[in-house]
Design a protein around this ligand. Structure first.
Ligand code: ATP
Ligand code: MG
Length: 396
C-alpha cells in the first residue's frame, strides 16, 4: 500500500477540444511548482498521481493549493490489486488508527469487469469493518468519516480526506496578458483573478523617479512576487514615466492631467503587449471609484488601444476588493504608504466627463510619440519569482 496524492482536474475536463492542452499545461505547472521536492508525477485524462519520495508530503499538498486548474487534492493510498479481501484488510489497517463513531463507504468502479456493483462492494466493506472495530456505526447521511474506494484497471485507491484546490484553469492555457500593476490594492486582485482564468501574466509598472521612490518600486516587486506564487515566474516591465509625466504636467490643463496620463500608460502597455505577444491588458479599474474610472473616462482612455482591456474588479466595491486582497495575501503590502506616480500628480478637480477630441488636441502639445518610443526603448525588465524571495524587509 503506497500513500500518494491524487489530483482531480474539475472544470477543465469539460473542455473536450482543449483537454490535452489543459492537462499538459497543468502537468508542466505542477512539475515547476514542485521542482524543489523529490516527487514522481504521472497523469491520465482524469487525474494526476503524485508520489512524494521524501518526507515532505504535507508541504507538497500545501504547494498544490497554489496551482490553478486543480479542483480537488486527495490524500490516498494505492493498492496494486483489485482483490476485495486484500482491499478490506488494508482499509481495516488504516481505519483502526482513526478515531470516529460513524462512517460510510463509497465505492466507484471504473472497471466494469468486476462482478459486484459499487453498492454491493460498499456494503460488504462496511459489514466487514463493523466486525473489526468496536463502537462504530454506519451513517449514510451524516458520517464522521467517508471511506472512498475506487477500483480502476489494475489498481484500487482508498482515501478519506479531500482538500479543495484553487479551481480555475491552468495558467498559460488562455495565453498571455499584461497586468498594469501599481502599488495599490486593486491591481494585484485583478491580476489574481485573471491568472485564475488561465492567463499567464507579465506586469508593467510606471515609475517616476525622483517623484516616486525606490521603496514604491520595491513594493510593486513584492506584489509581483506574491502573484508569482500563482502565475509562475513573472516578467515585470518597469517603465520610466518621468519625462512623459513632467511634459504632461507642464503643458496640459490641470483637469485633463490624469486622463491624458492614463492614455499614455495604455499606449505604452499596448506596445509592451504586442512585443510580448500578449493578447489583453489587465488592470484594477473599478467603475466609479475615481474620476478616471467613470464610464466616460474609461471610454476615452480605452480609445487609444485596440487590445481588449480586462478589468476583473470593475464591478466590485472597495470593501469587496479589500477582502479579496486579504485572502490572497497582497493587502498588507498594498497598504504600505509609498506614493505612486498617479497620486503625486493628481489635480484637485480632474475631469469626470472627458472629451476625446479635447484629449487629442491637448496631446498635440507634447511630443508624446517620441517620449513613448524613448520610454519603451529604455525600459527595464525584472524577472520575479525565479529565485527564492528576496528580502525586502530592510526597505519596506
Ligand atoms: P487603489 O487601490 O488605490 O485604487 P490603484 O492602483 O487601483 O490603487 P488607480 O489610480 O485607481 O489606483 O489606478 C487604476 C489602475 O490603473 C490600477 O489598478 C492599475 O491597474 C493601473 N495603474 C495605476 N497606476 C499605475 C502605475 N504606476 N503602474 C502601473 N499601473 C498603474
Ligand atoms: Mg483603484
Amino acid at each position: 500500500m503506497e500513500k500518494l496524492i491524487i489530483v482531480k482536474y474539475g472544470e477543465l475536463t469539460t473542455k473536450k477540444e482543449n483537454i490535452n492542452l489543459f492537462i499538459n499545461t497543468l502537468n508542466k505547472n505542477v512539475t515547476e511548482k514542485l521542482k524543489e521536492f523529490s516527487v514522481k508525477i504521472a497523469y491520465d485524462k482524469g487525474r494526476m498521481f503524485i508520489r512524494v519520495l521524501d518526507s515532505r508530503f504535507s508541504e507538497v499538498v500545501e504547494k498544490l493549493k497554489e496551482v490553478f486548474g486543480i479542483h480537488e487534492i486527495i490524500i490516498g493510498y494505492e493498492l496494486e490489486t483489485l482483490n476485495l479481501e486484500e482491499i478490506k484488510e488494508s482499509i481495516k489497517d488504516l481505519v483502526l488508527e482513526k478515531e470516529f463513531a460513524t462512517f460510510k463507504v463509497e465505492t466507484k468502479r471504473s472497471n466494469k469487469k468486476i462482478p459486484q456493483s459499487s453498492v454491493e462492494i460498499s456494503s460488504e466493506i462496511g459489514a466487514f469493518l463493523l466486525k473489526k472495530k468496536e463502537d462504530i456505526k454506519v451513517d449514510v447521511h451524516n458520517p464522521e468519516i467517508t471511506i472512498h474506494v475506487e477500483l480502476r484497471n489494475k489498481e484500487s485507491y482508498i482515501y478519506f480526506e479531500t482538500e479543495k484546490g484553487l479551481g480555475g484553469y491552468p495558467v498559460g492555457t488562455l495565453g498571455k496578458g499584461i497586468l498594469m500593476l501599481s502599488g495599490g490594492i486593486d491591481s494585484p486582485v485583478a491580476g489574481f483573478l485573471s491568472i485564475k482564468r488561465g492567463v499567464k501574466l507579465e506586469g508593467i509598472y510606471f515609475e517616476s523617479p525622483p517623484h516616486t521612490s525606490i521603496e514604491a518600486k520595491r513594493k510593486v516587486e513584492e506584489l509581483a512576487h506574491i502573484l508569482s506564487k500563482y502565475n509562475g515566474e513573472m516578467k515585470l516591465h518597469i517603465i520610466n514615466f518621468t519625462e512623459i509625466q513632467e511634459a504632461i504636467y507642464k503643458s496640459i490643463p490641470r483637469e485633463y492631467l490624469i486622463t491624458i496620463m492614463r492614455r499614455m500608460m495604455y499606449r505604452i502597455s499596448s506596445i509592451i503587449a504586442s512585443r510580448s505577444n500578449a493578447k489583453i491588458l489587465v488592470n484594477g479599474e473599478s467603475i466609479g471609484q475615481v474620476a478616471s474610472q467613470t464610464l466616460t473616462s474609461m471610454k476615452v482612455i480605452n480609445e487609444v488601444v485596440k487590445l481588449p482591456v480586462i478589468r476583473p474588479v470593475a464591478c466590485f466595491d472597495k470593501l469587496e476588493i479589500i477582502a479579496f486582497a486579504k485572502k490572497i495575501g497582497t493587502y498588507e503590502t498594498s497598504i504600505l504608504p509609498y506614493e505612486d506616480c498617479c497620486t503625486i500628480f493628481v489635480p484637485e478637480h480632474p475631469v469626470i466627463n472627458p472629451d476625446s477630441k479635447v484629449c487629442e488636441e491637448y496631446e498635440t502639445l507634447i511630443p508624446y510619440q517620441e517620449l513613448i518610443h524613448k520610454a519603451v526603448k529604455n525600459h527595464e525588465i525584472i524577472k520575479i519569482g525565479k529565485q527564492e524571495k528576496k528580502d525586502y524587509e530592510d526597505i519596506l
